[in-house]
Structure formats: structure tokens, C-alpha cells
Design a protein around this ligand. Structure first.
Ligand code: HEC
Length: 491
């Protein structure tokens, strides 16, 4: 709720500023306009007087150019000089000239400095909300509405990255290092042979797995992975093959997607896959760590969500099919590193979540041809604390439905497309690698109206899916587990 509130507040402030500017340059031709304009001018001058006193506006005016537009992103850091009131006040008042931190003793009086300190400490409290105490040792988690018990389905693997479901209650689980397992109903794990060789390392490896909506009749299974470049082993890219299971082998393989260009970098591969109700396959590819070039340019596949047919061919109504230099599978662009793609059962829309840098993980609705703004607009800052943009909004760029400050390392996404969890039906779930929990969000009219942290300290949560049986399954790593969530009424 809090982050959402921050988001709304930012938007309100933005529009307030935008509107007041627009009104100020409107020419007035009659007296009623003049009256109006005087009123606007008065409002503006009162606002600007009171604005100069609020810590928010002081931060925006004096600090944002170096520490980023969002104080909450700045304070998600290891403090060099401490975060006590005294330490913060000293930093602001006297500065650290050698570090490049200016002194503000002539700009602010003591009261203004104290207010800035309190404002910053509120942001620090917000970061600490995610530092959950303790750990559930019995696998039972109390939530607002339900008691959840974990049923351990698999353990002993490193990083279970993707989970999908066969028709007879069996699970397929990918391990990032490059192994695919089938979990039988009796609990045994069998390795599937014949899957493509992956380039495991960094954030890459064997990644998402998804079955065709008509699996029962056609047997297609889709695997997304970091594919080594056949002509240069140092490079890799995000690729998707589909194939079928014959016993415990993966056969009849066809490559249906290969992201270009290949890169030597080992991060931001994406990649999640999801079919919509019409059978289109959506898949995400991260910016491959080349944010200056990839996400805003349509001549490459990186930093995008793609939409293809189940055989990899390009739908005729994709947004950029008529642009000769564009990659025709592109459906959205300006994405950073989407780690969750999910079908909203209520209206059939596709949603995604993606990693921001330090601050600014997002949930977005995937809209045809839309630009999500990376790296031109962002709620985050660089990992080293410097900034790359002061903009959080811009004309022609989509705003997220929600964003997280601090970044939770969002990963995996699904809607609760079943009635097994009562009031959770149609809620959207996102995992957190960094803070090791699952976040449940209630959606109304495409807005997040309520949020709850569940499964606190369960482990680095990589993947969340709802099975055909209506139950929620999660995969966590270090050490790797796959759990099924068994709900019961609160006692
Ligand atoms: C010209 C760029 C610049 C501006 C403007 C600026 N800072 Fe800084 N600030 C820095 C740098 C550089 C550092 C030290 C390096 C770092 O970021 O860790 C720093 C450090 C700090 C620290 C100490 C951080 C720690 O780790 O202990 C605080 C607190 C701080 N700034 C607050 C502010 C506030 C509040 C404002 C606005 C009133 C502000 N800064 C404006 C550049 C700036």
C-alpha cells in the first residue's frame, strides 16, 4: 500500500506541476480568464512558498540531481557515515567535500535540515520493513486471511528456475545449471535427457518452461535458455526451443526464437513465457546490460516483450510488422529485465513484472506497441548510487501499475486463477529474490488496491505458478526447493 501511495503521490505532484505550468502560459482574452489566471497565480505563489519548506520539495530541488528523484531509492544503501539523525544532519550541513557531497549550511536553516533528516529516516524505515524477523521452522505461515502450510515437493537442486505441469499431475522443473527434471506423483525426480546445451553462468542457464495450452493433443513443451553462440563460445543469447517428451527424453526439437544480438554479458536474459487465451506466446527478453542501445531501439530483440505464434512465426497484427528495420516479434519495448509474465484471468490481458536497477521494480500491463521507458524514465538509480535519469514520467511512455522502492528483486508472477484460496482468487502474486518472500496484490479495475507480504523468509523466491489443480507452487533457491501451498481457514 505504501509504495503504491508513493507512486500516486509522485503522479499527483507531477500533474500539479505540469498543470500549473500550462495554465501560466495560457493567454487570457477576457476578464473571467484574467480572474482565473490571477487565482492560478495566487495558488502558485502560495504553493511555491509552502513548497520551499517541505522536505520533499527541498529534496527534489537540491538533492535529486545527484541522488535521484526518489529519496527511497537513495536511502537503500550501505551508509558510509551512518544513518543516525546526527550523522545525516552533519552530512547535509557540513557536507563531505572530498566525496563530492556539498554543504548546505547556507541553503537551509536548522529546522529545514531536521525536516530533511526526518524525511530521509522515513525512507529508511520503509526499506527496513522488508527485513523480516525470524524464519518459519515448521513450514506454516499465517496470512491475513488464511493459514498456509508448505508441502515440499522437491529439494536438493540448486536453482529451480521454471515450473510447469503435465496432464497427469507430474511437474517439470528446470534447474538453472542446465538440468530438466520430471517430478512424478510418487515424489521421485527423473532427469530428462536431450535438452539443449545451455550457457550457465551469471544470470543465464536453463530458465523458463511452459507447456502448450493444448498439450494433451500436441505434446509441445517450450524451454527458454541462455544459448551459447555456435560460432563464438564466449557469447550467448536468450533462445526458445519447443519439443516433446518421449519417455524421459526431449525429442522433436525446433528452435522457435533466438534473441539478437548475442552478447558476452551474462545478465538480463529475461526470460518468462506465457500463452494468452488466443494461443499467442508472450516472452520477455532483458536488455542484456546494454541499456543505452537495446531497449529503445526496435532493430534488436533485447529489452522487449515479444509475441509469436506457437511455432515461432510472427502474427500479422504485431505492432511493428510494417517497419522494415524492426524485429517483427516485438510487442512492447523499453523494458529492462522482465522476470514475470502472467495471464490475467479476469480480462485476458498479459501482465509482467521487471527488475529496476536500485529501486523501481515494476508491474506493467503489456499493451500492444507500448514503450515502458527504460532507461529514459525510471524510479530507480544506478547500483553505485549515481543517477542516470531524473525523469520518472514522459509523454508517450507507460507508467507502471505499481513499483517497488526499494527493489525487491522481483521474480516470477502469476494470478491466482482458482478458488482454492477463497479471497485470493484473481490476486496477482510476485516473488522476491532479495527479500525472500511472496507478495500478494489485490487488483481492482487494473489498480493494485491492497498488498500483503506472505511466506516471509521462505528463501530467494524465483518462480511462482498456479497448477491445473488450482494450487500455488513456488520455487526457491540456495538451497533449492519446490513447495506447494496448502491453504486452510485461520484457526
Ligand atoms: C553534487 C552532487 C550532490 C548533491 C546535490 C547532494 N549530494 Fe549528497 N552526496 C553526494 C556524494 C557524491 C556523496 C558521497 C558518495 C555517496 O553517494 O556515497 C553524498 C553523500 C551524502 C550523504 C552521506 C551518505 C552516507 O553513505 O553516509 C548524505 C546523507 C547525503 N549525501 C544527503 C544529501 C542530501 C539530503 C542532499 C540534498 C540536500 C544531497 N545529499 C545533495 C553528492 C551530492
Amino acid at each position: 500500500m505504501k509504495n503504491y501511495f508513493i507512486a500516486s503521490l509522485g503522479i499527483v505532484i507531477f500533474f500539479a506541476l505540469a498543470c500549473s505550468q500550462q495554465k501560466a502560459i495560457t493567454p487570457s482574452s477576457n476578464s473571467s480568464h484574467i480572474a482565473n489566471e490571477t487565482k492560478v497565480a495566487m495558488e502558485r505563489s502560495t504553493t511555491s512558498v509552502s513548497q520551499s519548506k517541505t522536505p520533499e520539495s527541498n529534496y527534489a530541488t537540491y538533492c535529486a540531481s545527484c541522488h535521484g528523484a526518489k529519496m527511497d531509492a537513495f536511502v537503500d544503501r550501505k551508509w558510509k557515515y551512518g544513518s543516525s539523525s546526527e550523522a545525516l544532519a552533519k552530512a547535509i550541513k557540513i557536507g563531505y567535500e572530498d566525496d563530492g557531497m556539498p554543504a548546505y549550511d547556507v541553503t537551509f536553516n536548522d529546522q529545514e535540515i531536521n525536516e530533511l533528516v526526518q524525511y530521509i529516516q522515513k525512507g529508511i524505515t520503509n526499506v527496513e520493513l522488508y527485513k523480516f524477523d525470524g524464519e518459519s521452522t515448521d513450514g506454516i505461515f499465517e496470512t491475513e486471511e488464511l493459514t498456509i502450510k508448505l508441502d515440499t515437493l522437491a529439494s536438493g537442486m540448486d536453482n529451480p528456475w521454471g515450473i510447469t505441469f503435465l496432464t497427469d499431475g507430474e511437474l517439470l522443473i528446470t534447474e538453472q545449471g542446465g538440468k530438466l527434471y520430471k517430478r512424478s506423483v510418487d515424489g521421485s525426480l527423473t532427469e530428462i535427457s536431450g535438452i539443449p546445451a545451455v550457457k550457465a553462468g551469471g544470470q543465464g542457464g536453463l530458465m523458463d518452461i511452459e507447456v502448450h495450452p493444448d498439450l494433451e493433443n500436441n505434446g509441445w513443451i517450450y524451454i527458454a535458455y541462455a544459448k551459447p553462440n555456435p560460432s563464438n563460445g564466449k557469447e550467448s543469447t536468450t533462445a526458445i526451443v519447443r519439443g516433446k517428451l518421449s519417455g524421459n527424453s526431449f525429442v522433436e526439437q525446433e528452435e522457435i526464437f533466438e534473441a539478437l544480438p548475442y552478447s558476452t554479458r551474462r545478465h538480463h536474459f529475461g526470460v518468462r513465457m506465457e500463452f494468452d487465451k488466443d494461443g499467442y506466446l508472450y516472452l520477455s527478453v532483458g536488455d542484456r546490460g546494454n541499456r543505452e542501445v537495446n531497449p529503445q531501439s526496435l532493430d534488436n530483440h533485447c529489452g522487449k516483450i515479444h509475441r509469436i505464434h506457437d511455432d515461432g512465426s510472427i502474427p500479422a497484427d504485431n505492432p511493428f510488422v510494417n517497419m522494415p528495420d524492426a524485429m517483427h516479434s516485438i510487442y512492447t519495448y523499453g523494458n529492462r529485465n522482465p522476470q514475470g509474465v502472467a495471464l490475467n484471468p479476469v480480462d485476458g490481458s498479459i501482465w509482467q513484472n521487471e527488475h529496476g536497477p536500485r529501486g523501481g521494480d515494476e508491474i506493467n500491463i503489456v499493451k500492444k506497441g507500448a514503450n515502458y521507458g527504460w532507461p529514459i524514465i525510471s524510479y530507480g538509480i544506478n547500483y553505485n548510487g549515481t543517477i542516470f535519469t531524473e525523469l520518472t514520467e514522459s509523454e508517450g511512455m507507460e507508467q507502471p501499475i505499481m513499483y517497488w522502492l526499494p527493489s525487491i528483486g522481483v521474480c516470477g508472477m502469476t494470478f491466482v486463477d482458482s478458488d482454492k484460496y477463497g479471497p485470493w482468487q484473481n490476486n496477482v502474486l510476485s516473488g522476491s529474490l532479495r527479500f525472500k518472500y511472496l507478495e500478494r496484490a489485490v487488483v481492482k479495475n487494473n489498480e493494485i488496491v491492497h498488498r500483503e507480504n506472505i511466506l516471509e523468509n521462505i528463501g530467494r523466491l524465483r518462480v511462482v505458478e498456479v497448477g491445473p489443480d488450482g494450487y500455488i507452487y513456488v520455487g526457491v533457491e540456495e538451497p533449492g526447493y519446490v513447495f506447494k501451498l496448502i491453504p486452510s481457514a485461520k484457526s
